[in-house]
Design a protein around this ligand. Structure first.
Ligand code: UD1
Length: 418
C-alpha cells in the first residue's frame, strides 16, 4: 500500500488542467452496453474506478483501450450478464450495468453493493424504478437478479433524489416500450451529460436538467462519441487546497457553472474567483471567514466536498457548522483531522468546527475517497510532516492528485507504507 508524505505550509501557485469527471465517465461507459459498436470518450479520467469499470465491461464482452485520455470501447453482444461481487464491492457504480443489461438482454445479475465505509447506501430506488418498468427482481445470496421479457414505460416518482437511481432507470427506460416519466430526478451535471449522450445514441429524453424527465422508448440505439465533462469535485478540492494555503492558481478545462452554490460559499469565505468561459482563477489574500454549509442535491453544496470544507474551516477566523443532509454519517475524516489538532465536534449530522486552529503534522489514515482529500488539504497547511496512509481510496477518484499539487509547489511525495 502507498501513502503520501506531505511537508506542510507551502503556498500553491500556478496553473492546472482539470481532468474529466469520474461520475460522468462511469454512467457513459455503462450506456455503451445498450448498443454494439465502437465508442470514443475523450477527456477520459484515468482512475482506479474507471479502470475497474473497464474490467467489469471486459467481462461483459466490451474491449477497452485508452490513448491520450481517449477511451475507445468496442462493444459486442455478451453471453455473460453477471457483475461479480469482487468488482461491485470495490466500486458501487458497477451497479450501473443493471439497467442497460436488463433493457438490452432481458436479464441481469448484479451483486448488491453493500454499505460504504461511512454507513449504509441502499439501492431500493434503483430497484423500485426497474420494477415499475415491468422487471421482476429477486435478491438471493447477495445478488440482484432482474428479469423482463419486455420493459414497458411507466410513471415513476423517486422517494429520494438519487443520482444512481436516476441513471440506472434512465439506462433501462430508453429501450422500454412507450413513455416513461421520471419524477424527482437528480439534476447533477453528470446526469445531464448521460441524458445528452443517450439522445446522441438515438434515445428520446426531454426535460433534461429538470427533476422531471420524459422518455419515449425506442427500439434500438447506436454508438456515439462524447467528451467527458470536467470534474467539478476535483476542481472544488483543488480550489480549497489553493484557498487553505493562501495561494494563487488558475484552473483550466472547467465549466464554472458546475460549481453551483460552492462559488457563493467561497466568496463568502473571502476567496477571490476570477471566472472566464472555461477557467477559474483563485486567490486568497486575507483571512478565511467562517461559513456554514449544508449539503444538498445539485445545484446545492455537494456532499463530495463536505470533508474538504471541514478541513478548510479549521483555519477560518471563527466557528462554522457543516451539515450533511445526504449521507448523515459521512464524517469518518473528523477523527483523523482531530489527530492533526483540529477541534471539531459532531452533533448528529452536523460538524461544528472551531476556527483559528494550529494543525500539526501526524500520521493519519484515509477511510474513503473524499475523506482522503480532506486529510491532504489539512496536511498542506499543517506544521511539519503529515503521513496520509491508504491512499488507494484517493486514487479511486483523483487523477494524479500528488503530481498536480507538486506542480503547484506543494511538497507531497508518494511512497510505500513501511
Ligand atoms: C452519487 C455519486 C457520489 C455522491 C452521491 C451524492 C456517482 C458514481 N457517485 O452516488 O459521488 O456522493 O451521488 O451526490 O455518481 N438513496 C436511497 N435509495 C437508493 C439510492 C439512494 O435511499 O436507492 C439515498 C442515499 O442513501 C443518499 C441519497 O439517496 O442519502 C443520495 O444518494 P445517491 O444520489 O443515490 O448517491 P450515489 O448515486 O450512490
Amino acid at each position: 500500500m502507498e501513502r503520501f508524505v506531505i511537508e506542510g505550509q507551502h503556498r500553491l501557485e500556478g496553473h492546472i488542467h482539470i481532468s474529466g469527471a469520474k461520475n460522468a465517465a462511469l454512467p457513459l461507459m455503462a450506456a455503451s452496453l445498450l448498443a454494439d459498436g465502437i465508442y470514443h470518450f475523450s477527456n477520459f479520467p484515468i482512475l482506479r474506478d474507471t479502470l475497474t469499470f473497464s474490467k467489469l465491461l471486459k467481462e461483459l464482452n466490451v474491449d477497452s483501450q485508452i490513448e491520450d485520455h481517449v477511451l475507445t470501447l468496442r462493444v459486442e453482444p455478451t453471453e455473460n450478464k453477471v457483475a461479480r461481487y469482487e468488482l461491485v464491492k470495490t466500486m458501487r457504480a458497477s451497479f450501473y450495468v443493471l439497467g442497460p443489461l436488463l433493457a438490452r438482454y432481458g436479464e441481469a445479475i448484479v451483486s448488491l453493493p453493500g454499505g460504504c465505509a461511512w454507513g449504509p447506501r441502499p439501492v431500493d430506488q434503483h430497484l423500485k424504478g426497474l420494477q415499475k418498468l415491468g422487471a421482476t427482481i429477486d435478491t438471493v445470496a447477495g445478488y440482484v437478479t432482474a428479469k423482463a421479457k419486455e420493459l414497458i414505460g411507466n410513471e415513476i416518482v423517486f422517494d429520494v433524489i438519487s443520482v444512481g437511481a436516476t441513471c440506472n432507470v434512465l439506462l433501462s427506460a430508453v429501450l422500454a416500450k412507450g413513455k416513461t416519466i421520471l419524477e424527482n430526478c437528480a439534476r447533477e451535471p453528470e446526469v445531464v451529460q448521460l441524458c445528452e449522450f443517450l439522445n446522441k445514441m438515438g434515445a428520446k429524453i426531454s426535460g433534461i436538467g429538470t427533476p422531471r424527465l420524459e422518455i419515449h422508448g425506442v427500439e434500438s440505439l447506436h454508438p456515439a462519441d462524447e467528451t467527458i465533462i470536467p470534474d467539478r469535485i476535483e476542481l472544488g478540492t483543488l480550489i480549497l487546497a489553493t484557498a487553505i494555503t493562501g495561494g494563487n492558481v488558475k484552473f483550466t478545462n472547467v465549466i464554472p457553472e458546475h460549481l453551483g452554490i460552492v462559488q457563493e460559499k467561497l466568496i463568502e469565505a473571502g476567496i477571490t474567483l476570477n471566472i472566464q468561459d472555461n477557467s477559474v482563477h483563485i486567490t486568497r489574500l486575507g483571512d478565511v471567514k467562517p461559513v456554514d454549509i449544508k449539503t444538498s442535491p445539485y445545484p446545492g453544496f455537494p456532499t463530495d466536498l463536505q470533508a474538504q470544507w471541514i478541513a478548510f474551516m479549521t483555519i477560518a477566523d471563527g466557528d462554522s457548522k457543516i451539515t450533511d443532509t445526504i449521507f448523515f454519517d459521512r464524517f469518518k475524516h473528523v477523527a483523523e483531522l482531530q489527530r492533526l489538532g483540529a477541534r471539531i465536534r459532531l452533533d448528529g449530522n452536523t460538524a461544528i468546527v472551531e476556527g483559528r486552529q494550529r494543525l500539526i503534522g501526524a500520521p493519519v489514515m484515509s477511510t474513503d475517497l473524499r475523506a482522503s482529500s480532506s486529510l491532504v488539504l489539512a496536511g498542506l497547511i499543517a506544521e511539519g510532516t503529515t503521513f496520509v496512509s491508504r491512499i488507494y481510496h484517493l486514487d479511486r477518484g483523483y487523477e494524479k492528485l500528488d503530481d498536480k499539487l507538486s506542480k503547484l509547489g506543494a511538497k507531497i511525495f508518494r511512497e510505500q507504507e513501511p
